[in-house]
Design a protein around this ligand. Structure first.
Ligand code: GLV
Length: 341
């Protein structure tokens, strides 16, 4: 029998399922993330935790429960977790990929269209009573047809964003460590270096995980290369962009506009960004459709229960923890933790 902590109320019936299967289930009922102290208290004595991307699962948090076996993050990204330390302690980490691919790709397109056609700005203009009749030069935007869409990170979400470009007749280029057969075969996409992509793209869209290699991947150097007519879209993680370099590039006209769903110091947003009319700002809602969020919660619970029952969770991120584990009929027996704390 197991004890589990969940850092926020999740949508759908996933928590009910969890309740039926656990000896003790503690769910943070507040309509906000737990504070650092609440998180430490919540995890104490638990075998598993369902966390969100807003929860910092640090060494201290991990050490707060010596019996912790699994951290099931309800997100595709898991940069909020000290993965090295968790892995060192033999603790499984899981995420919720695939189920939010479509929602995030759709939001990316909503942002591309919003920045290209100045939709939020036009909405503000109309509501402010400024619309006095059709005018030949009113709120002119950028057409997508025949423009180049540069995809930075052609994983599942990046690929889906590329595929959804079909209806707009855009040229696709991408940068990734791997060749993307789907994009190349379906859309004749070209794989380029980051520098080349940044130079030639009219719309640059980022779909990367945050890690030491992608931190500030786009900074002054890249913004010195962008077309002054280009737009930058980010629905991945804020820290992939050096935000002050972006603000400077926008102010100096090195880039025409940006559409951001994520920020370097989320939820803080630079005041300068908020004042710029050529940026669209959203509150990290890439996966925020009812269906995606329910599926994410279901998947997090499925991962957690599998791990707690000694099976290999379907979305295990740190497969290294399986090394030295002896498979058993039902899954594997958990390795004794290397550290005592
Ligand atoms: C959302 O940003 C996620 O990683 O799921």
């Amino acid at each position: 029998m197991t004890k589990v902590y969940v850092t926020r109320v999740l949508p759908g019936y996933s928590l009910k399922r969890l309740k039926d299967e656990c000896k003790e289930l503690v769910v943070n009922q507040a309509k906000r993330s737990p504070t650092a102290t609440e998180l430490l208290n919540g995890i104490k004595g638990k075998d598993g935790i369902i966390s969100l991307l807003t929860d910092s699962i640090t060494k201290e948090v991990i050490d707060a429960s010596p019996q912790l076996r699994i951290i099931a993050n309800c997100a595709t990204g898991y940069d909020n977790i000290d993965i090295k330390y968790a892995t060192y302690k033999g603790i499984m980490i899981t995420n919720t990929p695939d189920v939010l691919t479509c929602s995030t790709a759709e939001l990316t397109w909503a942002i591309i269209l919003a920045v290209a056609r100045r939709i939020p700005e036009a909405d503000r203009y109309t509501r402010a009573g400024k619309f006095k009749g059709w005018a030949p030069d009113l709120l002119l935007g950028t057409e997508l047809y025949n423009k180049t869409l540069g995809i930075i990170g052609a994983g599942k979400i990046g690929t889906e964003v590329g595929l959804k470009s079909k209806g707009f007749g855009m040229k696709i280029v991408y940068t990734d460590i791997k060749k993307n057969q789907i994009l190349e075969q379906t859309l004749n996409a070209k794989k380029l270096s980051l520098t080349k992509l940044v130079k030639i793209s009219d719309f640059i869209t980022i779909h990367l995980p945050l890690n030491s290699k992608t931190y500030h991947l786009l900074s002054c150097k890249e913004f010195n290369l962008t077309k002054p007519s280009a737009f930058l879209i980010n629905t991945s993680r804020g820290k992939v962009i050096d935000e002050s370099a972006l603000v400077e590039a926008l102010r100096l006209g090195k880039i025409k506009g940006a559409g951001l769903d994520v920020y370097e110091n989320e939820p803080k947003i630079s005041d300068v960004l908020k004042k710029l009319d050529n940026v669209v700002l959203l509150p990290h809602i890439g996966s925020a459709t009812q269906s995606a969020r329910i599926k994410m919660a279901d998947l997090a619970v499925e991962n957690l229960l599998a791990g707690l029952k000694g099976k290999i969770p379907p979305n295990l991120v740190n497969k290294e923890v399986l090394k030295n584990k002896t498979p058993v009929a039902e899954g594997f027996s958990l390795r004794k933790k290397r550290c005592n704390s």
